[in-house]
Design a protein around this ligand. Structure first.
Ligand SMILES: Nc1ncnc2c1ncn2[C@@H]1O[C@H](COP(=O)(O)OP(=O)(O)OP(=O)(O)O)[C@@H](O)[C@H]1O
Ligand SMILES: [Mg+2]
Length: 624
């Protein structure tokens, strides 16, 4: 007996049964119902029954009475055999209800191609394999039969099995922004790597904020066949904040400077007000610091000396006294503390090297259609990101607006630079654009992410937001994301958010909890309806991707080497490590995650090799 339609519920969902094989969730089938032009259906629920698991049991949840009756009228014998039952959903529209009793068969690729593969791989991003399509592998044309190889932890790289998923990225022009989400270890980073690989191959310029130092594409994935390998080196650059990229102090707005300073430690509201009074339009780092220092001197030692200097015509002293009177009038007694608070925060940020660099390398990379990966500790990165994104956004906006409103002659005269569309990729994005808490001020970074989520489409700027916690992400931003890759998650808050923001059904959300790493749903306005996907094998791997138990073997001898090197770079802290991280890696000849560096420093402290100094900034590891 073949597969038969044994009942219908709604116009678009029917039950099918067979005693020949098990059904696979998401599998595609064709119902030979001529009245409806042989509709294509997708399996959305499956179940098996026999006399040990009777229909009356709880498992029979998906059954309805008429279906039970139909089963026996179509010749199935529940006492004697195992019956596989599935609920299927029609893909597309129907003119009439499906005829009960119709036969069901497996499709050939050509029959479902128009639904499953709307774009040719060279016109889209080949991200993986559509789940439930493995039976179609044999009917795939040669040119798409092994373009999405797979990977299994315990086996290694595997041939493609199923229909490749090719994402039509041209449509992101109308439906912008992506979210990659899922619980720990669910395959987000891996999936993001694959996404970036595909985009790099299409030469889409991207700026990637990489707080975990894991986005490096120089190492070929272990065991990858030669003909599947790809060299990404010319497509990307890595830049460290404070060493390769930074900000020009004079370009910072008050809000940006304040946010940068608060990455050292939160600013109090008095500090914010003091900053607003002291920082003036044309201030350089030096002029600003001089003002701060002079003011502190006056607050500590009185105005005497400065008054003498003013009477001699000293402009700096005149200015300092003027500011002093203003701050005293506007802020009162707390000013000295606020000034010194601003002072050491500024010193601290300065020590990262951020003011010694500019953002030219980022501009140049984007102009060359490259991907630029920005690294730093997350606190600094999340404020730096706001400055950078804003800067690039303004450049692109200026160019597009000028195209729309000015003549070519005027554009030339004003010297407006041609600037390409680009994408912004943010890992840990809930830290960059967190959900609003009542009474809290919006940081410049969150502001610009929200702005791009709403206005980016006009300018060809797309966001790719990666987060483990979608329910902690800014709600406005999330609502503007059109394509979501959803990996395994168990968190009930996140599941609730996902349920609200996608078309996933209750049953699909339940399945999500049990997804293996690397499997996800893609819910997208571009796609029309959700698809389940297995991400393809990545062509590259993170340089510090290691089984932690293999890593254990490296401890001991290499740890001594690391300790020796670390001693040379003291004092070290959360704030300045980024400056030396590359050099430290070079000296020990491998990439050490910052977490491991701090663990080693902590170990060195415990064994009395080095000391800890508690500064207002937090821990500093210093020489003994
Ligand atoms: N597409 C895939 N195919 C096979 N295995 C995969 C795939 N994606 C992920 N994995 C496996 O799952 C592991 C964890 O994936 P990944 O590092 O991407 O998780 P994550 O979601 O980023 O977790 P975290 O939130 O902790 O960073 C990988 O190291 C790999 O072994
Ligand atoms: Mg990760």
């Amino acid at each position: 007996m073949s597969i038969t339609v044994v009942g219908n519920t709604t116009n678009s969902e029917v039950y099918i049964a067979t005693n020949e094989r098990k059904f696979i969730i998401n599998e595609y089938l064709i119902i030979e119902d001529n009245d409806n032009d042989e509709p294509i259906v997708e399996i959305i629920e499956t179940n098996s029954f026999n006399k040990f698991v009777p229909l009356a049991s709880e498992k029979a949840g998906i059954m309805e009475d008429t279906v039970k009756q139909n089963l026996s009228s179509y010749g199935y014998d529940l006492d004697d055999e195992t019956i596989n039952l599935a609920k299927v959903r029609v893909v597309g529209e129907l003119s009439k209800p499906i005829t009960v009793g119709s036969t069901v068969r497996l499709p050939k690729f050509n029959e479902v191609k128009h639904l499953l593969m709307k774009k040719k791989p060279n016109k889209g991003l080949t991200l993986g394999v559509i789940r439930g399509t493995s039976e179609m592998q044999d009917s795939l044309p040669n040119d798409v039969s092994n373009i999405a190889m797979l990977y299994k932890d315990d086996i290694g790289v595997l041939d493609q099995e199923g229909v490749p998923f090719v994402f039509d990225y041209y449509k992101t022009a109308q439906y912008p922004h992506m979210l990659v989400t899922g619980g720990s270890g669910s395959g987000k980073s891996y999936g993001t790597r694959v996404l970036l690989e595909e985009k790099m191959q299409k030469k889409i310029p991207m700026i990637v904020f990489d707080p975990h130092y894991e986005m490096d594409f120089s190492e070929t994935f272990e065991g990858l066949p030669v003909n599947y390998q790809y060299d990404y080196k010319r497509h990307y650059e890595i830049a460290y904040v404070g060493r390769d990229v930074g900000v020009d102090f004079t370009e910072l707005s008050k809000e940006e400077l304040s946010s940068l300073l608060s990455s050292a430690k939160n600013m109090t509201s008095t500090m914010e007000t003091t900053l607003a009074v002291v920082l003036e339009k044309r201030d350089t780092l030096t002029s600003f610091q001089t003002k701060l220092n002079n003011l502190m001197e006056i607050y500590q030692d009185g105005t005497g000396e400065y008054e003498v200097r003013r009477s001699e015509g000293d402009k700096v002293a005149t200015k300092a006294l003027e500011l002093y009177n203003r701050t005293k009038r506007e802020l009162g007694t707390a000013t000295l503390m606020a000034l010194s608070g601003i002072g050491w925060r500024l010193e601290n940020i300065k020590a990262t090297g951020i003011f010694n660099c500019n953002i030219d390398s980022i501009h140049n990379a984007i102009l060359k259609r490259k991907t630029i990966i920005i690294r730093s500790n997350i606190r600094l990165l999340k404020t730096f990101a706001g400055f950078i994104i804003n800067n690039l956004y303004k450049k692109r906006r200026k160019y597009i607006d000028s195209q729309n409103t000015l003549t070519q002659e005027q554009i030339k005269q004003l010297n407006i630079e041609k600037f390409p569309p680009f994408e912004v990729v943010i890992d840990e994005s809930h830290n960059f654009a967190p959900k609003t808490i009542e009474g809290e001020n919006m940081t410049p970074t969150k502001w610009i992410i929200r702005e791009i989520s709403a206005e980016g489409r006009k300018y060809g700027i797309n966001l790719v937001l990666v987060t483990q916690r979608p329910s902690n992400l800014d709600t406005t931003t999330l609502a503007n994301v059109n394509t979501k890759f959803i990996y395994r998650t168990n968190n009930s808050y996140d599941l609730a958010t996902i349920s609200e923001e996608t078309d996933l059904t209750g049953a699909e959300l339940d399945r999500l909890k049990y997804f293996q790493s690397g499997n996800c749903f893609i819910s997208s306005a571009i796609q029309g309806r959700s698809l389940a996907l297995t991400t393809r094998v990545s062509k590259t791997q993170s340089p510090h991707f290691k089984n932690p138990y293999d890593e254990l073997d490296e401890f001991g001898e290499n740890n001594d080497k690391l300790k020796e090197v670390l001693k040379k770079y003291l004092p070290l802290s959360d704030m300045n490590l980024a400056n030396y991280h590359m050099d430290i890696n070079n000296e020990v000849k491998k990439t050490i995650p910052s977490k491991e560096i701090f663990e080693t420093l902590e170990e060195m402290y415990r064994s009395g090799e080095i000391d800890i100094k508690d500064s207002p900034l937090g821990k500093q590891y210093v020489e003994k």
